[in-house]
Design a protein around this ligand. Structure first.
Ligand code: SAM
Length: 247
């Protein structure tokens, strides 16, 4: 599937996506992923950060609030970037760009890179890894949140006759091809890859893997976000924490 068609899907989804992000009603983000993502990014005070596939800029704004000196949000979808610019403050900037080609950015110019649920959207995520490695300073880090490979393979529950969730179906795991999803009623294409394919790509790009997190929830969190109950049983997401070794 070519880049224009993939981008059109995000253009179709953008209005509903932006509305939901602005209302803060996406439990996967506010109740599950934001906390470990921010904790993993750590103290961003004074850092230069690039966010690959920033969407409407939500996480960029959180990093600015955390003290980042400069946050560059990149996204291929014009509607997302226009929305991000609507809320742009002084230390964040947004640009329409394909994160598989960062040739407009210099070598070793960022302290931290973030990819918050973007690599599963990329036909060539290897290229994104290579490019992020290049633009990071020695000692820089890349924090990648992605769909868990177990979920991106099929992403469905096997249910009992009464509809009760019995277990998640894992199948076609080694078939690394496109998967069709419906998000808020809009068709979106993702790319499924196995865990080892991701890990090997990070290593091949030159990264060290310093941590892997499978975010889950506590019973207390489920009381606040009942829609996250499944996260007690199976991980929907994974966070890879990568670093570029100082020479
Ligand atoms: C699942 S959304 C995540 C958005 C944002 N990071 C967030 O967490 O709200 C994926 C984003 O990746 C963007 N995207 C898809 N392919 C891209 C590409 N090749 N280069 C840059 N952005 C891309 C989409 O337009 C979309 O905004």
């Amino acid at each position: 599937m070519n880049r224009e068609i993939l981008n059109q899907e995000w253009m179709n989804l953008a209005p509903a996506w932006i509305k939901e992000a602005r209302e803060g009603t996406n439990a996967n983000r506010t109740g599950l992923l934001d906390k470990p993502m921010l904790e993993t990014c750590g103290n961003v005070d004074g850092l230069r950060v690039v966010d690959c596939g920033c969407g409407e800029g939500r996480f960029c704004r959180l990093l600015v609030q955390g003290g980042a000196a400069y946050v560059l949000g990149l996204d291929l979808c014009t509607a997302m970037i226009e929305a991000a610019r609507d809320l742009q403050a002084e230390r964040d900037e947004y640009r329409v760009a394909d994160v598989q080609d960062l040739s407009f950015l210099g070598d070793g110019t960022f302290d931290l890179a973030v990819s918050y649920l973007n690599q599963c959207d990329l036909p060539d995520f290897d290229a994104n890894n290579r490019e992020v490695f290049r633009v990071l300073k020695p000692g820089g880090r890349f924090v990648v949140a992605n769909l868990h490979p177990m979920l991106s393979a099929v992403g469905a529950w096997h249910r009992a006759e009464d509809g009760a969730k019995l277990h998640v179906i894992v199948d076609r795991y080694f078939e690394e091809t496109e998967r069709d999803w419906r998000i808020m009623g809009v068709e979106v294409t993702n790319f499924h890859r196995s865990l080892s394919t991701y890990v090997r790509s990070f290593l091949k790009a030159g990264f060290e893997i310093t941590d892997i997190i499978e975010p889950t929830v506590t019973d207390e969190q489920v009381k606040v976000y009942p829609q996250l109950e499944d996260e007690l049983r199976v991980p929907n997401f994974i966070i890879y924490v990568l670093s570029k070794r100082r020479t």
